[in-house]
Design a protein around this ligand. Structure first.
Ligand code: ZN
Length: 502
């Protein structure tokens, strides 16, 4: 077969797969927002049918034949051309898919969905004993999965590869060591400071209808195109792409707490702006896809924290917010800004501030790694969890619910996912530093309401490339050096050193 014809047929085949996937995405959005309570059983059957169809398509032997016809052809001679990138990534996806026996794929899918349901009901009851067998089963299956897809030095790397291609446990260990030590030094200073953020101002009366207006206005001002998106209420906030022109986010409103909906929306809008910035003409192929979870998280964290918690940002938006909420009358900008940046060691990851957040991730990473290296048994997990919380954060979970059972990830079989949150913070700080070096200091721009230059910079350096480079290389191309924790450390020291008079 001629390479041109092979490429056309493969592209068409993969595009069709992408349409099926995006119908699944739409069904998932509906399931997490407005589905009637009685609709869940039917939806689960729809997903099962779709999963089978997708598995067959992803492992279709014709993909291997098309790829073979393309290997070494002039079409893929330039490794950075869209065709070559697509062929390289399609091969990677195909080879990983066919290495997993169908029996294991089905068992994993079932165990994940059962584990997630079990987690939901058992976490509410604080029942670790009943949850434990699900976790053991998922660990066994994920170990089997790691052996099936393969790895160079250790099984955990095979799992990382699904979320952050090219990342390795060994390198992450060094990154967390460096970041963890710097974070604990900074945290010690903050805890010894006499500055007390007036966080009470964030727990006043914030009517939900007004919050809705504010998050729509602010995310639009940052660059989230709402003509190609929407913001709906949900229990667990997320961003979801249906396709070009349809990139949605959700948020959670509390009538007596400001931060959740506001910063949650800005965070998800950051994810959405990445999706909206991917080249639409390449939709349905790797060139039109986000490259990794870590890079995705870098975009959400950048807008949530580097932008959304900066003083320049609040100089711009505080007058608007203050005018809308009577509860903030008389609260000075400086107090409000300090409150939204308050640092306090806590038990719950999703409520953590910017400084302590990475310690929550470090704990999970160390535990996952120990589990996969056979140095820790599931039975000993709660004890190890509590010990690390005491050591790193100085807090002790009073129960399983707010301790080892707090996240959905492990119940859903997502091992190797947590580190991408911290990689997101690392990449975000490095990208932001480089953007400021090229564009000039951004806070004065934020104060003038100018967010487009920063977004354009991200569009050009990150979004436009899809999966052209692996994540580490992408960050290196954008910033001139490989990913390093040093920018995040400096950023945290600068921002919180100033806020806490250190
Ligand atoms: Zn996120």
């Amino acid at each position: 077969m001629k390479p041109e014809r092979a490429y056309d047929e493969l592209r068409r085949f993969q595009l069709e797969t992408a349409y099926y996937e995006s119908l699944g995405a739409l069904a998932a959005w509906d399931q997490r927002t407005y589905i009637p309570r009685k609709g869940h059983a039917h939806r689960a059957r729809q997903f099962a049918a779709l999963a089978q169809l997708l598995h067959r398509r992803r492992t279709d032997p014709r993909i291997g034949e098309w790829l073979d016809a393309l290997e070494g052809s002039p079409l893929v001679a330039d490794p950075e051309s869209p065709a070559a990138v697509n062929v390289r990534e399609w091969r990677r996806d195909y080879e990983r898919a066919v290495r997993v026996p169908e029996k294991l794929a089905v068992a994993l899918a079932e165990a994940k969905s059962e584990g997630e349901s079990a987690w939901e009901s058992l976490r509410a009851k604080n029942n670790w004993t009943a949850f434990k067998p699900y976790l053991k089963r998922l660990l066994d299956l994920q170990r089997e999965y790691a052996e099936a897809v393969g790895y160079e030095t250790e099984p955990y790397d095979a799992l990382l590869e699904d979320y952050e291609p090219g990342e390795r446990a060994e390198r992450l260990t060094r990154l967390f060591d460096e970041l963890g030590a710097a974070t604990r030094r900074l945290l010690e200073g903050i805890l010894g400071s006499s500055v007390r953020p007036p966080t009470e101002v964030l727990h006043r009366d914030f009517p939900v209808a007004t919050q809705r207006e504010v998050v729509h206005e602010v995310t639009a001002a940052l660059g989230y195109n709402l003509e190609g998106g929407r913001i709906d209420p949900t229990a667990h906030p997320f961003e979801l792409s249906v396709g070009p022109g349809d990139v949605r986010i959700t948020t959670r409103y509390y009538p007596d707490y400001f931060n959740a909906a506001f910063f949650g929306s800005v965070h998800e809008a950051g994810h959405a702006m990445y999706e909206q910035g991917l080249p639409a003409e390449h939709w349905g192929s790797p060139m039109g896809q986000a490259v990794s979870m870590g890079v995705h998280e870098s975009q959400s964290r950048l807008w949530e924290n580097m932008v959304g918690r900066s003083l320049g940002f609040w100089r711009r938006f505080y007058p608007l917010v203050q005018a809308r909420f009577a509860a903030l009358a008389g609260v000075p900008l400086e107090d409000f800004h300090l409150a939204v940046n308050a640092v306090k060691p806590s038990l719950i990851r999703v409520e953590a501030d910017e400084v302590t957040y990475n310690l929550h991730i470090l704990i999970r990473f160390e535990l996952e790694l120990a589990l996969f290296r056979g140095e820790l048994e599931v039975d000993d997990l709660p004890g190890a969890w509590n010990e690390k919380y005491r050591a790193y954060l100085g807090v002790t979970p009073p129960d399983y619910k707010d301790g080892v059972m707090q996240d959905v990830h492990w119940g859903s079989g997502l091992f190797g996912y947590f580190p991408t949150y911290t990689l997101g913070n690392v990449y975000a700080a490095q990208l932001f530093a480089r953007a400021e070096a090229e564009l000039g200091p951004q806070e004065p721009a934020f104060e003038r309401g100018e967010f487009a230059p920063l977004l354009e910079w991200m569009r050009k350096k990150i979004h436009a490339h899809g999966r052209r480079y692996p994540p580490r290389r992408l960050v290196e191309e954008a910033t001139g050096e490989p990913p390093t924790a040093i920018y995040l450390i400096h950023y945290l020291e600068d921002r919180f050193g100033a806020l806490y008079d250190l």
